[in-house]
Design a protein around this ligand. Structure first.
Ligand code: F0G
Length: 363
């Protein structure tokens, strides 16, 4: 078979990644995700129509950004002769690890907070043959345990504390720069365990070091009930509808604060109501269905814009403004989440009049 023109992030960015001739690449052609403009949202926020872009990371093979880091981490684990890979996860890392392990022929084990993982993510982990262990505890407890199991039993940990994950994930910054011809002015993104913001900042800085061009302000967004970076202390019992970022003690805490400080950005917290409202707005007005955690970044943007965050800018800068929101995971991952919005629907008999009257009633 002829090799496809796009071969995944390792093929494309090999020179910037820790892989060598001896590395067998385990890939599902991750990366190369769309950067879609959001003109209605931009207009509503009184921004120029082309100012706002959504990086749709839910278009990765397992439906989240995790695949970028996982291709590198699993390729390296295979190269090192690992016994198997292991992770703690709120769901997306587990789904991604399980898929890449299946492809590599490696065993995969995942530790999940019981009752805290969306259905689509759990389904994927099970389908790919992972050993799934539900823990009566939080993600933070699961990660602490996974680190110990890895140390004592010789599994390769593929959480974002594994540097290969960060290396792979930084490639999303390269793609954004390629699409815009420069770095954006602002990047809004959800923050949970803080690996992703660390990875983007690494990617942007590497590019900047090579070309001496601009850097974005990194705007990290947490959910109010799970906002350790905003509070400045760990949260023992994190709570939010956005299960993916229900994390109280981020592993990459210091690196996230560094990204914020070095870039002149911020880390903010938004309420669950703000997250749900941004989530619905993206789906209804832009046709983009992400998972609730992903909408946290957009909720942060909305709060910032409405608070006059872009007003202090001079007119010419404002005209050329580019803001990117990272939509980290696909909406179909969490099919139960829309219940929080209490949509109306009707069940009727298969009858023309019944359908017509239901249509009128739902108007
Ligand atoms: N968005 C989604 C959809 C996620 O799944 C995660 C993290 C984040 C944002 C936050 O990224 O942790 O790098 O700051 N999910 C991890 C997991 C924790 O286990 O799937 P982060």
């Amino acid at each position: 078979m002829e090799s496809p023109s796009y071969g995944g992030i390792i093929q494309k960015y090999r020179a910037c990644l820790p892989v060598g001739k001896g590395t067998t690449v385990v890939s599902l052609l991750e990366g190369n995700t769309p950067l879609v403009c959001a003109p209605r949202l931009a207009r509503w926020l009184e921004l120029p129509e082309d100012a706002l872009l959504l990086k749709i990371e839910g278009m990765n093979p397992t439906g989240s950004f995790k695949d970028r880091g996982m291709t590198v981490a699993v390729s390296k684990a295979l190269e090192a002769g690992a016994r198997g890979i292991l992770c703690a996860s709120t769901g997306n890392t587990a789904a991604s690890a399980a898929a890449y392990a299946a492809r590599a022929g490696l065993r995969c084990a995942v530790l999940l907070p019981e009752g805290g993982v969306a259905a689509g993510k759990l389904a994927a982990a099970l389908m790919h043959g992972a050993s799934v262990i539900a823990l009566r505890g939080s993600f933070d407890a699961a990660l602490a345990l996974a680190q110990r199991v890895a140390q004592e039993d010789g599994w390769t940990l593929v959480n974002s504390v594994n540097p290969s994950r960060i290396q792979g994930q930084k490639t999303a910054a390269f793609e954004i720069i390629e699409a815009l011809g420069r770095a954006p002015d602002f990047q809004f993104m959800p923050v949970g365990n803080a690996g992703n913001i660390t990875a983007y900042w690494l990617g942007y800085r590497e590019w900047h070091a090579a070309l001496k061009k601009g850097l974005p302000k990194m705007m990290g967004v947490q959910a109010k009930g799970a906002a350790p970076l905003v509070l400045g202390r760990p949260v023992a019992h994190p709570k939010t509808v956005a299960s993916a970022i229900r994390i109280g003690r981020p592993a990459s805490w210091a690196a996230a604060l560094k990204a914020k400080e070095e870039s002149g950005g911020m880390i903010a917290a938004v309420s669950d109501a703000e997250i749900l409202s941004a989530w619905r707005r993206l789906a209804r007005e832009e046709g983009v269905f992400c998972e609730p955690a992903s909408a946290a970044g957009v909720a942060g943007l909305i709060r910032f814009a409405r608070g006059g965050g872009f007003h202090r800018m001079d007119a010419s800068k404002r005209k050329a403004l580019r803001i990117v929101c990272i939509l980290t995971g696909h909406g179909l991952k969490d099919p139960d989440a829309p219940a929080a919005l209490r949509f109306r629907r009707r069940t009727v008999d298969p009858d023309l009049r019944a359908v017509s009257s239901a249509l009128n009633a739902l108007k």
